[in-house]
Design a protein around this ligand. Structure first.
Ligand code: ADP
Ligand code: MG
Length: 406
């Protein structure tokens, strides 16, 4: 049977670029979280994960201008969202010189880069300090990208986490310059794509989190791909309610009841095993201070579901351990509170025992895996939140599409 070329094999590999002595404009995703009290970087995973690309470019003798956004400054200069701290962290992690040079349109910064040395990383200020970066007008983004493009002759995108955005440094810059996928971007595409196209079976998706509305696209797409879907988190209550079960005061998205019902029905038709929680940890309040009880399939009036119960955790864990491939997005409960974290931790531990491939995506899910201390047991932890979800909805991300063009 002929197999159509995968997206991954079509994305131009960085290895094909001759970057020696070249000025490389690298769009990375250094959008790291900062501790609210100290203002220090609280998790540098995204910086760490860009190191292979940077080390490669340095060894090959390139001069790199690293461009990233941090947070959502909305076209304003916001000091707390400066790239200075991420640049400092990179300096500690990389065995090559790193220098923060400031804004890409600033004459001094541009000159510093143009006169700069090979095998050095020059870090630009937060690209979203410019409203043009995220402008809805393509012509505005293009004009902005044009000014950035003057600084280099090769463009590399390693910012998977931002590649679902049609922004100037993601799309238009790639349209102007010879473009390549960085190692992290390539890895993300490889892993996520093979999950969708050639997974070892059984393939199980564990989907939880706060809102069904943000996961509906993924659920609908995965229904055509997976053998089993395990549902948890708040969205389980919309599903249970749709099946006419009592859910008490649990979070329910009433606008999505019929959609939830359709998904259950479609799963049945497609012979996909779709499991809903069979017991719950419920509380009278959205806090650890309320009256907390373990309940069966239904939730008593006055209580809200806060976590999957122990029977569900056992049942899901067993299914996960017997899977050859598992994709997980969305916590099983309000895991930020210890009393409602058991279900989520059980899933993380079960995933750690899988012999096959395990992939985790989504900001909170990744945090939960780290909290459970099993991050290094996963095959792949995706660096994208929204980008990962959109990829898993079967969408071609704008940043990837731009790399596929001539
Ligand atoms: P991810 O970032 O991994 O995609 P989401 O953002 O969709 O995950 O969901 C994470 C949030 O869902 C967490 O803040 C968690 O507290 C919340 N959540 C999970 N279960 C429940 C529940 N039963 N009731 C209310 N909120 C829940
Ligand atoms: Mg989240």
């Amino acid at each position: 049977m002929p197999v159509s070329a995968t997206m991954s094999s079509k994305v131009p590999d960085l290895q094909l670029a001759d970057v020696q002595g070249q000025a490389v404009l690298l769009r990375a995703d250094f959008n790291v979280p900062f501790d609210k009290e100290t203002g220090e970087i609280s998790d540098d995973t995204r910086i760490q994960r860009t190191l292979p690309t940077l080390e490669y470019l340095m060894r090959e003798g390139a001069k790199v201008l690293l461009i990233s956004h941090v947070g959502r400054p909305k076209g304003q200069v916001v000091e707390s969202l400066s790239m200075r701290k991420p640049a400092e962290r990179l300096k500690e992690l990389l065995n090559f010189p790193v220098e923060f040079i400031g804004d890409v349109l600033d004459d001094g910064a541009r000159e510093a880069f143009q006169k700069g040395k090979s095998q050095t990383v020059y870090v630009a200020e937060n690209i979203r300090f410019h409203a043009e970066e995220t402008s809805k007008e393509k012509s505005v983004r293009k004009a902005f990208a044009q000014k950035i493009a003057e600084l280099g002759n090769v463009y590399v995108n390693d910012a998977f986490g931002a590649s679902h955005r049609a922004h100037a440094s993601i799309v238009e810059l790639a349209e102007i310059l010879p473009h390549y996928a960085g190692k992290l971007l390539k890895q993300e595409i490889d892993v996520l794509e093979s999950l969708l196209t050639s997974p070892k079976r059984p393939l199980t998706a564990v989907i939880g989190g706060a809102k069904i509305s943000t996961k509906i696209g993924v659920l609908e797409f995965l229904l055509n791909k997976v053998d089993t879907i395990l549902i948890g988190g708040a969205m389980a209550y919309t599903f249970l309610k749709a099946r006419a079960l009592e859910v008490g005061n649990s979070m329910v998205e009433t606008d999505y009841l019929s959609k939830a019902f359709q998904i259950v029905d479609k799963a049945d038709y497609k012979q996909v095993r779709l499991e809903l929680p069979i017991d719950h940890i419920a509380s009278t309040e959205f806090s650890e201070k309320g009256k907390i009880k373990t309940m069966g399939r239904e939730i008593a009036p006055g209580y809200m579901g806060m976590d999957i119960g122990p029977k569900t955790a056992d049942k899901y864990s067993k299914i996960i351990r017997e899977s050859a491939t598992v994709f997980w997005n969305g916590p099983m409960g309000v895991f930020e509170m210890d009393k409602f974290a058991k279900g989520t931790l059980a899933i993380a531990k079960a995933m750690a025992k899988v012999k096959g491939t395990t992939v985790v995506g989504g900001g909170d899910s990744v945090y939960a895996v780290k909290k459970a201390g099993v991050a290094d047991k996963m095959t792949h932890i995706s660096t994208g939140g929204g980008a990962t979800l959109e990829f898993m909805e079967g969408k071609v991300l704008p940043g990837i599409e731009a790399l596929l063009s001539e």
